[in-house]
Write a protein that binds this ligand. Structure first.
Ligand code: GDP
Ligand code: MG
Length: 439
């Protein structure tokens, strides 16, 4: 939550009942938070009105403070606004299923085409034909071909002298003959919407009869994204939105606005440049993110994907109860490293936006090996009760691990901070539970 919202919360905390004035004050902050997160003005206005109505009449649950109660309503309404459940991809009754990727230049269409093919193969074991139908941007075809090579997947291309409509037509023929499950058409974008682009896309739609038209939108573009989504939707009738570059600083308010304006679901989010950085869209998590709570659920899910089931449960449990020792830390360092770059993971923790300089932290992977060495040089007792590590023990550990006392100190301090952070996570509810506690 934004700092100001937090302040209002603190003021209300401890009160037995929410008054109309309390709600008004909180909603003023919520409104600002949403506008700051780039949510469309009109969407914010309607939203605030709806929440206020609900919140004022609301009886205060015993388990929540009044402030939390209002935030709970805010979060539920935000989640609702973003479309409830996450969505699936269409499957044509007669394969191949055709998906057209549309959007402005630089939004991430080509990259996302590759990511989507990767996801369809990994998750559903489906075979995709990638179609290079952007004949205008220099090297666009090459870019898709490179992605195809990386994925070891075929790319259909007829060079840049054949019209995109014709390319789509022939690609479809080939896909039918060769029994592809999916045809993913990467189309051209422009720097802004223009008629020639729309006309061409409409013709392609005629010919390819896509089962899905995914609008790819750069989440960093904020308010502009809403106008883009609106025009594409009016002209083409999009069936879903993919929001890219959510790994950046953006709070993702565009997600909310786009959903409200087009009334089409956001299906996936792009979380990086790599080919596996495409994730299903979770409205509830997005609501948390917009409110600035940190995306704990995504973090836990990532852990589950990378770590084996059993280990993940253990890790999750330990994170929740904050009872893990340096020994667990060591054992799990290796597992945690599989989750992705550590600085990315840290940023997902609640309260992370309050830690100064976190954005600038570069975690050196070599450093981790040194950390591992330090922990290995500790006795079982020291690992379980690090508070017993005194000066002479530190010297011994430093010597044993080929590091310095300073480094041992740093590790102990970091470990301590990590435990504190995990304590904060203890208050986040499990899975899809509706209510939530503010940490
Ligand atoms: P297109 O013009 O719509 O086809 O966009 P591209 O697929 O060529 O992507 C434009 C740039 O955005 C490339 O440098 C991509 O690597 C980058 N990009 C795409 N998706 C993401 C994402 O989810 N996160 C980040 N950080 N970069 C992305
Ligand atoms: Mg492209």
């Amino acid at each position: 939550l934004s700092e100001r919202l937090q302040n209002v919360m603190n003021k209300i905390r401890g009160k037995g009942k929410v008054t109309e004035d309390d709600v008004k004050e909180m909603m003023r902050e919520v409104r600002l938070a949403l506008l700051e997160a780039d949510v469309n003005f009109k969407v914010v206005k309607d939203f605030v009105k709806r929440v206020s109505e609900r919140a004022v009449g609301q009886e205060v649950l015993k388990s929540l403070t009044p402030g939390q109660q209002v935030i709970k309503v805010v979060k539920e309404e935000l989640t609702e606004l973003m479309g409830g459940e996450q969505s699936k991809i269409a499957v044509a009754s007669r394969p191949p299923t055709v998906i057209m990727m549309v959007g402005l230049q630089g939004a991430g269409k080509t990259t996302t085409t590759g990511k989507l093919a990767n996801l369809l193969r990994k998750r559903y074991n489906r075979k995709s034909l990638l179609v290079a139908a952007d004949i205008y941007r220099p090297a666009a075809i090459k870019q898709l071909e490179t992605l195809g090579k990386q994925l070891n997947m075929p790319v259909f291309s007829l060079g840049d002298q054949v019209s995109p409509v014709e390319i789509a037509k022939q690609a479809l023929e080939k896909a039918k003959q060769e029994h592809y499950d999916y045809v993913l058409i990467d189309t051209a974008g422009r720097l802004h919407i223009d008629e020639a682009l729309m006309d061409e896309l409409k013709q392609m739609k005629e010919v390819a009869k896509p089962d899905e038209i995914f609008l790819v939108v750069d989440a960093m573009t904020g308010q502009d994204a809403v106008n883009v989504a609106q025009s594409f939707h009016e002209q083409l009738g999009i069936t879903g939105v993919i929001l890219t570059k959510l790994d950046g600083d953006t709070r993702g308010g565009a997600a909310l606005s786009i959903r409200a304006v087009t009334n089409t679901p956001i299906k996936f989010v792009g979380m990086g440049e790599k080919l596996d950085a495409l994730e299903p869209f979770h409205p509830e998590r997005m609501a948390s993110r917009i409110l600035g709570m940190g995306d704990v659920l995504t973090l836990i899910e990532k852990a589950q994907a990378a770590v084996d089931e059993e280990k993940a449960k253990e890790l999750e449990q330990k994170m929740r109860t904050a009872t893990f020792t340096l020994d667990d830390f060591l054992e799990q360092l290796g597992q945690v490293r599989k989750l992705g770059p550590l600085d990315e993971i840290l940023k997902m923790l609640p309260g992370a936006n309050k830690i100064k300089g976190l954005n600038n932290i570069q975690i050196d992977e070599k450093q981790i090996s040194r950390v591992e060495a330090i922990i290995r040089s500790m006795t079982k007792e020291e690992k379980t009760y690090p508070e017993i590590i005194n000066g002479s023990r530190k010297k011994r550990i430093a010597k044993g691990s080929g590091t310095s006392v300073q480094e041992v100190n740093r590790l102990l301090k970091q470990f301590d901070e990590m435990k504190k952070m995990m304590k904060m996570m203890t208050n986040i509810p499990k899975g899809k539970k509706k209510g939530f506690k503010f940490p």
